[in-house]
Design a protein around this ligand. Structure first.
Ligand SMILES: [Fe+2]
Ligand SMILES: [Fe+2]
Ligand SMILES: [Fe+2]
Length: 441
């Protein structure tokens, strides 16, 4: 994307968004496939209600991300109780995460209210705001999905689930929407589709949504929004990708890499850890020594970064770099065990930027290092053929300037994070445990 022309990037949103939430559903066996089930049930009910194409596609996209604000296993699992006690714990973060990207403002509003009861019409309004009817459809679809026991034959459960949903008509659910559900739920095929291992393909074939065209600045905003989804799950990672992006851009600027389009490096930095959505927050915040089972989960993340980014066709290079950001020149990295020249330059830059940023950051089990300490470790890693020697030398030669860029990016990201926590009503628990480590660095 040369700066003088605003070339559009075409993105198919459903595969991208559902790829992201499919990753978040992998944090627990109980959650696997949840977002896809809810998307499919909502789409089928929406269609039976006769929604026009635009509303139907916004419904499917909102359903595809409806629990994106469930930031930990605990919060996600509590939303699986048929009557959710405190849905705000995931609907508010979901709303504020999506609302930051203007083209998703309507999706944010829909998911904000996806646990609102109908209460014979009172549920048209919540907290003084009009509740979109699409929110009520997602509520219904979601409650259908959580009633399914994956251990049992689906057709043996059909009658029981229908009974439960019927019983909720009027109080929990909009009667007209329940009627639409009953029309489709009578067919065995609906239930077989809903539990099909090919559900994602099936949904895309039956409800083709088309692509959205985004300009240069919108692409950066989209990447920044996803960056918040990735990083805001824990205070220990809240500013990480912003720091990596700033350092990676600094290395690219000094080395002349992607001179004509530094935004690609920035986006790669913002998105490199998107596959970390398969790692539960509980693990990101663990104070004890990580076990081999913990590492078995962590080692998956670059693989899933590639899995998700593959859905943006024009991101082939960014996808490759993100996939390989934990590879090491001597072949000791993961998950592809690449070595030497097999590792693309963009991935080497990310690896150096990631290591630099990570060493400077606080972790649950240690405080961040100084620039001198970080440079020493990185030099050692380059000497042992882990990291690219040239890029490590470049950081060493410009360390105060590059660290300054990293620091400013992370301070900015920290402010955004605090603002987000305040909006979600979570700032108090944050402050209790914060600031045990000296700053600024
Ligand atoms: Fe939910
Ligand atoms: Fe849900
Ligand atoms: Fe990573």
């Amino acid at each position: 994307m040369p700066p003088e022309t605003d070339q559009k990037t075409h993105i198919e949103l459903y595969p991208l968004l559902s790829g992201i939430t499919a990753a978040t559903d992998l944090i627990s066996r109980i959650l696997v496939g949840h977002h896809q089930k809810v998307s499919f049930a909502a789409a089928t009910i929406g269609q039976a209600l006769g929604l026009d194409q635009h509303r139907l596609s916004r419904l499917i996209l909102a359903a595809a991300v409806h629990d994106i604000g469930g930031l930990s296993i605990r919060t996600r699992l509590e939303s699986f109780d048929f009557e959710v006690i405190n849905p705000d714990r995931h609907t508010r973060p979901g709303y504020f995460l999506l609302a930051g990207f203007a083209p998703f403002a309507d999706l944010a509003r829909i998911i904000r209210f996806h646990h609102t009861y109908w209460r014979n019409g009172e549920g048209m309004v919540a907290g003084g705001e009009e509740v979109p009817l699409l929110s009520h459809i997602i509520h219904l679809a979601d409650r259908i999905a959580v009633r399914i026991d994956p251990q049992r034959e689906i057709l043996s459960q059909k009658a029981d689930i229908i009974q439960h949903i019927k019983a909720g008509s009027g109080d929990m659910f909009v009667p007209r929407q329940v009627e639409a559900f009953l029309q489709v739920a009578d067919k065995e095929a609906f239930w077989l589709d809903l539990t099909s291992p090919n559900l994602r393909t099936l949904l895309q074939q039956r409800f083709p949504l088309g692509a959205m065209a985004l300009g240069r600045s919108e692409m950066l905003e989209l990447a920044a929004m996803f960056r918040r989804v990735i990083d805001f799950r824990s205070r220990f990672t809240a500013t990480h990708s912003s720091g990596v992006a700033a350092v990676a851009v600094a290395i690219a600027t000094h080395s002349g890499f992607q001179k004509e389009d530094p935004d690609r490096v920035r986006m790669a930095g913002l998105l490199h850890d998107i596959g970390k959505l398969v790692v539960p927050t509980e693990l990101l915040e663990k104070h004890q020594r990580l076990t081999s089972d913990d590492f078995a989960i962590i080692y998956k993340h670059p693989y899933f970064s590639a899995e998700i980014l593959r859905n943006i066709k024009s991101f082939a290079d960014i996808c490759q770099w993100a996939a390989a950001h934990h590879e090491r020149l001597d072949g000791s990295g993961y998950p592809y065990r690449l070595r030497g020249a097999e590792i693309p330059e963009g991935a080497r830059i990310l690896a150096v930027a990631d290591t630099f940023t990570a060493l400077m950051e606080d972790r649950p089990y240690r405080c961040g290092l100084t620039v001198t300490g970080t440079n020493k470790i990185m030099k050692d890693m380059a000497a042992h053929h882990k990291l690219d020697q040239d890029f490590v030398a470049l950081i060493h030669d410009h360390s105060s300037e590059i660290n300054d860029r990293r620091y400013k990016a992370q301070v900015g990201a920290d402010q955004t994070h605090r603002h987000f926590l305040a909006e979600c009503g979570l700032l108090d628990n944050h402050n209790e445990t914060d600031d045990r480590c000296p700053r600024p660095r």
